[in-house]
Ligand binder design. Structure first.
Ligand SMILES: C[S@@+](CC[C@H](N)C(=O)[O-])C[C@H]1O[C@@H](n2cnc3c(N)ncnc32)[C@H](O)[C@@H]1O
Length: 412
């Protein structure tokens, strides 16, 4: 029996998956593997009565869903993410463009896009990028990237095309994201299809801009920051709608490793990002903000039970450390989110429960508990859907679906 109020929200089940975003104008420009949908953001805003007088925060922006959904409703919002790719996607989706200028830039870019001139990369790329884009592929992507950089116009206008280029890359990369890992494949599209694939992405983005009737002039901001230590003053926000990484070993710096090292950073910087990310994968070893006292955080009993069960079943030490670190990070983020929120603010954290060696980790309940330690009041757990465990786990331990929930808090 949960000590928190649990409410089934079966009709939200599609909203906690990225699938519907594929058909949604602007949202579809870039999608993260664990994005939720704008519909969930609209529903929470309606339920809480959040409107244009409010100010929403998403400290784990991902593909910018909360930020864009807030803009669609005319509500000011801020999004942060530790990854420059997430910040770029969020900014490009929310920028107000002068459509005619973007169309003119597109005409210019189309004229310069010439596969015959894409001859070798103009700079050394990390080995992963070279392996993922073998032969003439890397030279072609690099050349197209330079064509975009030379386009003129404002930075946010060039970023529109940069995002299209990054979204094109996975159709050519030999390193394919599969679950939380990269799988190597030998055959994919060849260099000659880059112009048509890239053009159809840009055309689709332009089509979305032409048909968009988004509010312009809504205040929004997307910046790089660590969710455990935000740059805002106390009491800045009236709502938080977010989803931290799930404790499922998925590492965004690996899944998006090719994009990060092609478009933003070198190998060493990517490694540092991997270490600093939320402790949702075993390679994270973040430097955390200091505690004011060690008594700040007490490991919840339900977590201690899960950890003891995993230990008894012989789970790898690094996975156990990951689960422990995950909730310490969750505590720090909830405490920080509470600090930057006003009294009475509502907060929604979308989380997914996990299982290791058949031992259930009730992430939603433990999150509710650490949120209360961080000074928030847990109002309820909205259970949106049940996910089957992996085929491997099912074969060994039987079928035990895990729930994916929205943990709702209020700042007292
Ligand atoms: C589940 S995704 C968010 C998906 C987002 N809700 C959407 O709809 O696209 C989690 C995000 O957390 C980011 N992240 C990981 N560690 C972080 C940290 N310490 N601070 C801020 N963001 C972090 C990842 O880069 C990733 O973009």
């Amino acid at each position: 029996m949960s000590k928190f109020r649990v409410e089934e929200r079966n009709d939200w089940r599609c909203w906690v998956t990225p699938k519907p975003l594929g058909n949604k104008p602007i949202h579809r420009w870039y999608i993260f593997p664990h994005s939720f949908t704008g519909e969930m953001v609209y529903a929470l805003c309606d339920e809480w009565g959040v409107d244009h007088n409010d100010n929403i925060l998403d400290p784990f922006a991902g593909a910018g869903t909360t930020l864009l959904a807030a803009k669609e409703k005319g509500i000011p919002a801020t999004a942060y993410d530790i990854s420059p790719l997430a910040v770029l996607a969020s900014r490009v989706k929310c920028a107000d463009y002068d459509l005619r200028r973007i169309e003119m830039m597109w005409q210019r870019l189309r004229k310069t896009m010439n596969p015959k001139q894409w001859d070798g990369a103009g700079k050394p790329y990390p080995e992963l990028v070279q392996r993922a884009l073998p032969g003439k592929l890397l030279g072609a992507f690099d050349g197209l990237g330079r064509n975009i950089a030379d386009l003129g116009g404002a930075e946010n206008e060039r970023d529109f095309f940069r995002l299209a280029l990054l979204a094109t890359l996975p159709s050519f990369s030999r390193a394919v994201a599969a679950g939380g890992w990269l799988r190597w494949v030998s055959k994919r599209n060849g260099v000659l299809s880059i112009p048509s694939e890239f053009s159809s992405r840009v055309e689709r983005m332009l089509e979305d801009l032409r048909s968009s009737n988004l509010h312009t002039g809504v205040l929004w901001r997307a910046d790089k920051a660590d969710a455990r230590s935000l740059p805002d003053k106390e009491g800045t926000y009236s709502a938080v709608i977010t989803s931290p990484p799930y404790p499922n070993r998925h590492d965004y710096t690996r899944v998006f490793g090719v994009e990060l090292m092609f478009g933003f950073m070198d190998w060493e910087q990517t490694r540092r990002l991997r270490y600093q990310s939320f402790h949702s994968h075993p390679e994270a070893r973040p430097e955390r903000p200091m505690f004011s006292s060690n008594a700040d955080y007490v490991r919840p009993r339900s977590l201690a039970r899960a950890v003891a069960g995993m230990r008894q079943k012989g789970e790898d030490r690094r996975i156990i450390e990951m689960i422990d670190g995950y909730f310490l990070d969750m505590y720090l983020v909830l405490r920080e989110a509470g600090r930057v929120c006003r009294r009475g603010a509502r907060l929604a954290f979308v989380v997914g429960n996990a299982q290791y060696r058949g031992v259930a980790v009730p992430v939603d309940e433990i999150t509710a508990e650490v949120g209360e330690q961080a000074g928030l009041e847990c109002k309820k757990l909205l259970v949106a859907r049940y996910r089957g465990n992996s085929a491997q786990q099912m074969g060994k331990y039987g079928r035990h679906p895990s729930r994916e929930s929205v943990v709702v808090f209020r700042k007292p």
